[in-house]
Write a protein of this length. Sequence first.
Length: 182
Amino acid sequence: MGLFATSHLCSRLSTPRARRTRILCVNRANLATYLNDHLAGSVAALELLEHLASSTEDDAHEEFVCSLRDAVSADQEVLRRLIEQLSLTESIPRKVGAWFMEKAGEVKLKVDGPTDASLGRMEALEGLLLGITGKRGLWLALSASVAPIEGFDFPALARRAEEQIAAVDARRIKAAKAAFGN
């Protein structure tokens, strides 16, 4: 199904609205790098969410974190399916690097205090907020720059990221008020 040029990926895509075949041509190396950077970010986010879930003693916060972890995991699977459908390769070094960066972040949080405490919780949520905002940017960039790809609704994925942003930011603000005494 895919047609390959040296540095570009061209695929025939069926667009339901037009009921015709369009050709998607993108810079293969740039797209692979971009998607793998986001895949690595999702690895780090899931590790941080696992850490948050295991370190909290607040049942409501644990439920929120587990729900967010499931949503991030589902988005990661969408990203993996996209990489596979475009015949790109997952970057193991990027994922390993993200894993190590997240572990360094955990050490920083432990030095600052327990992640169940308000400051650690706020900083962890802020990191997640930045990552989810980047994920929203990913879906918007793909929506704006590539032809529709069957099975991938980039605007809907961006809206889902916006919902995650709102939920995480509300928790982050609550933790900030607790951390700073308000």
